[in-house]
Design a protein around this ligand. Structure first.
Ligand code: CMC
Length: 392
């Protein structure tokens, strides 16, 4: 008989080898190609981190300029894709629209679906990184009934995204450089995170030879769930539901109750058993952004800080090593910038695209690549004979 390891949730299975991202969950350390995330978030910027993840080294000034130009020149989407957006209901969740539109890219960019052509793999990577902000912004504009805004080549990646989300024909939008920087930092903090559920989904989809657009659409679908990328939306909704600091103990008690499935959103992580290093940077950024916008006494931020304090002092959270994760403070920043909660997970998806793509490329370059095909522990009926309907 076949012998295999039973590991539901893959808590102890390494499904691949990789040289991209390293996490030490006990220490709360996250490295991209060896560089600590806090250094990248404070000293680098998103497109440079994209280059690093994709190609393994920090770019020279010329390499970075070429890469940025290449991405900028691919930000428009095929004009006919506008009709595709228009087929959705206006009140569709932008993540639902994104799963469909990104999947449909394989119908619009046939040339880059050939995964055996090195050049086309490169083109597909650039197209996805470049077009994802356009697609996310269009999903948003469509959901609020405003006209689509075309990308602009004179703006940096984050400012262009803010412009596509907030500009209207009647009035030009001027992104505040501090907000653009905060947006860019949110992208950087979400860029990659080793073999999380959505990345593993992308790898599994790609292992069959599926095209890159289909694989990334699968990643987006997986990311949507509240235990994964959907936690940023769920977390802000939770903070609003709590509303005032005096109600915090009630919610902590629910999260601790064995008979209640309620969880504190933005808390806990499969790998981190210490502070999520991304959450630390995010918290600092939340303070900066709210101060800039003159809302540093924001009641939701007060609830978040007090909830964090009380949870960290609580023996339940200490014993289970539950700390705030990346999703805990990001929603506060995004809301202050003017995004509705439904846009939080699309922003995560657009930022994570480079991680998915880097891992997809790494996987395809592996000469040992096999189709991903887990086994199971069968607990059903043993063989039995079919019974006619009148005898059941
Ligand atoms: N609130 C209360 N209790 C929790 C929480 C929480 N947020 N997270 C885990 N626990 C408890 C859980 O009930 C379990 O207790 P017991 O051992 O008594 O059954 C124990 O801690 C271990 O939890 P688990 O579900 O076995 O751990 P996991 O590694 O399978 O789950 C997780 C990790 C992130 C899904 C989980 O912590 C969670 O649901 N957190 C809330 C959602 C969230 O914030 N997700 C974002 C994750 S980070 C970014 C991303 O991936 O998008």
């Amino acid at each position: 008989a076949d012998v295999f390891t039973y590991d539901p949730g893959f808590t102890s299975t390494a499904a691949c080898d990789s040289t991209i991202t390293f996490i030490d969950g006990e220490k709360g350390e996250l490295l991209h190609r060896g560089y600590p995330i806090d250094q990248l978030a404070s000293q680098s910027h998103y497109l440079e981190v994209c280059y690093l993840l994709l190609y393994g080294e920090l770019p020279s000034a010329t390499q970075l300029e070429e890469f940025e130009t290449l991405v900028t020149r691919h930000t428009m989407i095929h004009e006919q894709m506008h009709n595709f957006f228009r087929g959705f209901r206006r009140d569709a969740h932008p993540m639902a629209t994104m799963v469909g539109v990104v999947g449909a890219m394989s119908a619009f960019y046939h040339d880059s679906t050939d995964i055996n052509d090195d050049h086309q793999r490169e083109v597909a990577s650039i197209r996805l990184i470049a077009k994802m902000p356009t697609i996310a912004a269009m999903a948003y504009k469509y959901s609020i009934g405003q006209p689509f805004v075309y990308p602009r080549n004179d703006l940096d990646y984050a400012s262009n995204f803010l412009n596509m989300c907030f500009s209207v024909p009647a009035e030009e939008y001027q992104a505040n450089p501090i907000l653009s920087r905060a947006m860019d930092r949110i992208f950087t903090l979400h860029a990659d995170h080793e073999q999380n559920a959505s990345t593993s989904t992308v790898r599994l989809a790609s292992s069959s030879g599926a095209n890159p657009f289909a694989c990334i659409a699968a990643g987006i679908a997986c990311l949507w769930g509240p235990a994964h990328g959907g936690a940023n939306q769920a977390c802000l909704e939770m903070l609003k539901e709590i509303g005032t600091v005096d109600r915090i103990p009630e919610f902590i008690a629910r999260a601790k109750d064995k008979n209640d499935s309620y969880r504190l959103m933005g808390f806990g992580h499969r790998v981190y058993k210490n502070f999520d290093p991304r959450a630390k940077v995010m918290k600092q950024s939340a303070d900066e952004v709210l101060e800039l916008l003159g809302v540093d006494n924001n009641p939701i931020l007060q609830v978040a800080k007090e909830l964090e304090r009380q949870a960290l002092e609580d023996p339940y959270f200490a014993e289970k090593k539950l700390f705030p994760n990346v999703d805990f403070y990001s929603g506060i920043i995004l809301e202050a910038m003017g995004f509705p909660t439904s846009m939080f997970t699309p922003i995560f998806a657009l930022a994570r695209t480079v991680g998915w793509i880097s891992q997809w490329k790494e996987q395809l370059a592996d000469p040992q690549l096999k189709i991903g095909r887990p086994r199971q522990l069968y607990l059903g009926e043993t063989r039995r004979d079919y019974v006619d309907i009148e005898n059941r």
